[in-house]
Design a protein around this ligand. Structure first.
Ligand code: SF4
Ligand code: SF4
Length: 517
């Protein structure tokens, strides 16, 4: 392959029809920040972002398996359940799905491809699993296991969970096409996809007319660019050098592994922030656009692509999030004792399964009732599926608010503990270090409730705003006003319940001393 400088030519101009493919947000493009696009187009940009999390994962596994089995002093438990989860919700609220972009699990892709070539097989992911039901089951399984096995208290189990994650990503990648694990299997990734719907950024096409004239759609299919035509382009598009506007090297650039086509994206769902599209687009026509946090949820974006399973998962996340917090406050133990007396059983996994079932069924039924009542009040008749597809996005906004409030509460109680925990890692192995555990209680406890209640309240306001926008969008005239009230009442009631939960004394999981008074 000969290497020659890539020529700079004008992008294709739109012929015939022009204008956007779909409605996309049109805020500022973050890739215009000096140096950012250049960095993301660099061949090793993603590896650079993945390496810190890979190194952290190695610490998690080593300390979890061989370190001191005291949760607040072990990297496995603190980094996983305190720091990682807290930073995930902060990133989702401010930046978008950054953690998928830096996901170290995808570093198994190279070895998986090697094994795949040796085996010479690639299976088709079953049609029956091409939806979000499996992910919903895995997510509730992880939440259940977290409580049933006290994962937050066990460095050893936390390390094995990390190992299981790497093994699953590798196995699915060996057997199935790239992107299968992210879309259909990964509970963590799907948590991020789901709540990236409230993120203030989204991948869009900078100029839809350039996309319209782009013959090969490399952002989707990937591209091959060589001075001489590629001998075996495979599924990728061969883009002649003359068509490449901004060179970012020559060779092979993968497209979107989760099958998203940039000019038609109205959602962050399934976008792993891998930036393959940025690298593959030969015309620098991919933007990372700033949008309002409610932009995506107002568009009903999942109606066409994933439909009811995804909306159902979005709604259930609200109640599983609530349960995750309720399980740490004193009334939960009264509830468990009552359930035990009622069923005559002292079997903890069984009682916990009952609580999960009660939250899932009860929460689902309450949300459905609110949505159906709103539809009926607006004169849309009684169509439960249609009502949930319309109003479900309101519950997603509330769900993110509560997860963010709860994770932030724990993160802030012990964020600075990362320093003594790492000092302890080396001290445990003979280094002459004296960890400063006072750092584990840097945030005064009196700040916790206002911060977490404020976060929950802010997203409740977003949910109320969405309710009004959806009502005005779907119901004409005064029917909009009658349709929105049942949902607004639901948002207010649930927010009061959430704030009540956050006001309870909460178990200080992950910190030994608790926050400073
Ligand atoms: S984003 Fe780039 S690669 Fe994708 S269709 Fe538009 S111009 Fe083509
Ligand atoms: S290639 Fe696909 S998954 Fe990756 S950033 Fe672009 S749209 Fe998102």
């Amino acid at each position: 392959m000969s290497r020659v400088p890539l020529p700079q030519v004008a992008p294709p101009t739109g012929g015939g029809r022009s204008g956007p493919f779909v409605r996309q947000p049109r805020g500022p493009d973050l890739l215009a920040i000096p140096g950012l696009r250049r960095f993301l187009r660099w061949r090793y940009a993603r590896l650079t972002l993945q390496l810190p999390l890979l190194i952290l994962a190695i610490f998690v596994i080593v300390d979890g398996l061989t370190g001191r089995q005291l949760a607040p002093r072990n990297v496995a438990t603190t980094a996983t359940w305190l720091h990682y989860r807290g930073l995930v919700v902060v990133a989702l609220a401010i930046l978008g799905n950054a953690f998928c972009g830096a996901c170290p699990l995808m570093l198994t892709r190279g070895p998986a491809n090697f094994v795949k070539r040796r085996l010479g097989i690639e299976l088709r992911w079953p049609d029956r699993l091409r939806n979000k039901w499996l992910v919903a089951a895995l997510l509730v399984g992880v939440f259940y296991a977290y409580e049933a096995f006290d994962l937050w208290a066990s460095p050893w189990l936390s390390a094995w969970l990390a190992i299981a994650y790497f093994a699953s990503a590798f196995a699915v990648d060996v057997l199935f096409p790239a992107g299968t694990f992210c879309r259909y299997v990964c509970p963590l990734g799907n948590f991020n996809f789901l709540f990236a719907s409230v993120s203030p950024t989204q991948i869009t096409a900078a100029d839809p007319d350039v996309c319209r004239s782009c013959a090969d759609k490399p952002c989707l299919h990937g591209r091959e660019t060589y001075a001489d035509p590629a001998r075996a382009p495979g599924e990728r598009a061969f883009v002649p050098l003359d068509d490449v506007v901004h060179a970012n090297g020559e060779g092979s650039f993968p497209g979107c592994e989760t099958n998203l086509f940039v000019p038609t994206m109205t959602s962050n769902m399934d976008c792993t922030s891998c930036m393959n599209c940025v690298r593959a687009c030969p015309y620098d026509n991919v933007a990372l656009t700033v949008r309002s946090p409610g932009w995506e949820l107002r568009q009903a974006p999942w109606r066409k692509r994933w439909g009811l399973p995804l909306i159902a998962l979005g709604v259930m996340m609200l109640y599983w999030g609530l349960l995750n917090a309720v399980a740490m406050i004193p009334p939960f133990y009264d509830l468990a004792r009552g359930l035990s007396a009622w069923t005559g059983s002292r079997n903890e996994p069984f009682l916990l399964a009952l609580v999960f079932a009660a939250f899932t069924v009860g929460g689902g039924a309450a949300s459905l009732a609110a949505a159906v009542t709103a539809d009926a009040a607006g004169g849309a008749g009684l169509h439960p599926r249609r009502a949930l597809m319309r109003w479900g996005y309101v519950f997603v906004a509330m769900g993110f608010g509560f997860w963010a409030a709860h994770y932030l509460f724990h993160f802030l109680t012990g964020a600075a503990s990362i320093v003594p925990v790492f000092e302890h890692f080396f001290a445990w192995r003979g280094a002459n270090l004296d960890p400063n555990w006072a750092l584990a209680r840097w945030m005064p406890s009196r700040w916790m409730f206002p911060i977490s209640a404020g976060v929950s309240g802010a997203y409740a306001l977003l949910a109320a705003y969405l309710t009004v926008r959806i009502a005005l969008r779907d119901f004409p005239g005064t029917r909009a006003a009658t349709a929105m009230w049942p949902m607004l009442l639901f948002v207010v009631t649930l927010t009061a319940l959430q704030i009540l939960v956050l006001a309870q004394p909460m178990e200080m999981r992950g910190t030994l001393l608790g926050p400073a008074g």
